[in-house]
Structures are given as structure tokens and as C-alpha cells.
Design a binder for this molecule. Structure first.
Ligand code: SF4
Length: 104
């Protein structure tokens, strides 16, 4: 093996393991989705599907409201994002809770 080839192989190995570590790191950092059974979610009436909001209990719910268009929502990707009411977890873009606030 020539020196250049060896250097290339070593560099490739270093780069691949760095990528693997990066991928693992991202996976570990992916935040869990808020479960509807979570006590905080229950008290706020959070549902992952806004159309399933308990309209009897939360009459202020109006069709079209969802986390994705809530002032508190911090979108992460097309499906989920952060919400200060659920620190360390993610809410569904299509979700809803009784703290929904119109974007300013
Ligand atoms: S406050 Fe807004 S973003 Fe947070 S869970 Fe409720 S509706 Fe979704």
C-alpha cells in the first residue's frame, strides 16, 4: 500500500467513525414526543391530532387550530416541534392543547 493510499484509508476510517458518532449523538438528542397520557398533557387537554380535541371540555377549540399555527410552537421539522409548556419533549405539528394561542 502506498503512503497516499494508507493515509486515505486512515482518513476515511476517521471520517466514517466521526459520522457514526455524530449520527448516534443526533439519535440520542432526538426528543421524545409528548404522550397524551402525560399528566401535563392531560391537564392541558393535549392531543397529537387536533381534530380529536375534547370539544366538550375545551369549547374554545376551533377547527383549524393546531400546534403548527400556535404562537408557542417552535417547529423542528414538518411533523414536530418544541413547546415551552412541555420542556424537553416535542409536540406534534398536528397536535393541540387548551393553551393554544393565536400567532401575533
Ligand atoms: S401551547 Fe400551542 S404548541 Fe404548545 S401544545 Fe399547546 S397548542 Fe401545541
Amino acid at each position: 500500500m502506498s503512503m497516499n493510499r494508507r493515509t486515505f484509508v486512515i482518513k476515511s476510517a476517521v471520517v466514517s467513525s466521526a459520522l457514526a458518532v455524530g449520527a448516534l449523538h443526533n439519535a440520542a438528542q432526538a426528543q421524545a414526543m409528548v404522550a397524551e397520557t402525560d399528566p401535563q398533557a392531560k391537564s392541558l387537554g393535549y392531543v397529537a391530532d387536533a381534530t380529536k380535541a375534547d370539544k366538550a371540555k375545551f369549547p374554545k377549540y376551533a377547527a383549524g387550530q393546531n400546534c403548527g399555527n400556535c404562537a408557542l410552537y417552535q417547529p423542528k421539522d414538518a411533523k414536530a416541534g418544541g413547546c415551552p409548556l412541555f420542556a424537553g419533549k416535542q409536540v406534534a405539528n398536528a397536535g393541540w392543547c387548551s393553551a393554544w394561542a393565536k400567532k401575533g
